[in-house]
Design a protein around this ligand. Structure first.
Ligand code: SF4
Ligand code: SF4
Length: 277
């Protein structure tokens, strides 16, 4: 948009915020070097701590929030953003699914887990709580997931939003992109790939490099999590004598690494044949 048009047009107000996370999704936006001027030209970016200093805290049209709710301070900030915004978008795996900090691979609560790792130390962090995705506390209108987000998926979504349209959601798993890319399925190589239950949108980037999917984009809609686990713990087959079965707990830990409590609950409810729980 040229500067004259910009003066006369009412631009949508957008705020970009970060809760507990590595800030990789905000960094992905800052790294859109060829598009950053268009981003700032198509919307009034009222708040984006990582990219500008003159931030304001008033009413906004679109709030884009990265990170999980992992402290009482996060929760207060999220509730304030929700009150001030018409549309709230969860950005990245931590915001959509809780992220690795919500993996909860140990049964104890977060205080016990911190004690196991750091011992008896005094915490400077204010009021930590068990990490959860934004949707555990407030209404989330849209999700743009990934760890970190895919730059082009974000730009496509933002482009539609500033025109008043919603992003077009993806509803198929990573396996579909993997097949488009003509990869040999890693399951045949006895690798623990979570592609069948993971939301696509990354162009199967890991499998394209011979690395199994760890599920960093979270579960695809109607993911058959129990079916995937059952397949992985029963990999041995007369036609494939070299295959080994995976341990159920290893499968569960990998599914929870990015899928957090959602994956754990789906697996706990399922009767996985051959699983030693
Ligand atoms: S390698 Fe993984 S993502 Fe690709 S088809 Fe096999 S299971 Fe699906
Ligand atoms: S292939 Fe899986 S782990 Fe890799 S980026 Fe895509 S969703 Fe994430």
């Amino acid at each position: 948009m040229n500067p004259e048009d910009r003066k006369t047009k009412q631009l949508p107000k957008v705020g970009i915020y970060g809760l507990t996370s590595c800030a990789g999704d905000q960094l992905t936006i800052v790294n859109c070097e060829d598009q950053i001027l268009d981003i700032f030209g198509s919307a009034e970016i009222s708040s984006f701590l990582m990219a500008k200093s003159d931030n304001t805290e008033g009413e906004i049209d679109v709030a884009i929030v990265e990170g999980s709710v992992s402290s009482k301070g996060d929760l207060e900030m999220l509730e304030d953003i929700r009150k001030r915004s018409k549309v709230l978008i969860a950005l990245g795996n931590c915001a959509c699914n809780g992220g690795p900090q919500a993996a909860c691979v140990a049964a104890e609560d977060h205080k016990e887990r911190m004690k196991q790792v750091y011992g008896d130390v005094k915490w400077s962090l204010p009021d930590p709580i068990d990490a959860k995705p934004l949707s555990a506390y407030v209404k989330v209108d849209m999700q743009i997931t990934g760890c970190p987000i895919d730059k082009w998926e974000f730009l496509r979504a933002l482009g539609r939003l500033v025109k008043g349209d919603g992003p077009i959601p993806i509803s198929y798993p990573v396996c579909v992109e993997c097949k488009y890319n003509e990869n040999e399925c890693l399951l045949f190589k006895n690798e623990m790939c979570l592609g069948p239950i993971t939301l696509a949108g990354c162009n199967s980037v890991c499998i394209n490099h011979n690395i199994p999917c760890f599920g960093c984009r979270g579960a695809v809609i109607e993911a058959n999590v129990a079916g995937e686990a059952e397949m992985l713990v029963n990999m041995k087959h007369p036609q494939f004598p070299d295959r080994k079965n995976f341990d159920y707990q290893d499968v569960k830990n990998r599914a929870m690494m990015y899928g957090g409590n959602t994956m754990a609950e789906l697996l706990d409810k399922a009767k996985v044949k051959g699983a030693k729980k």
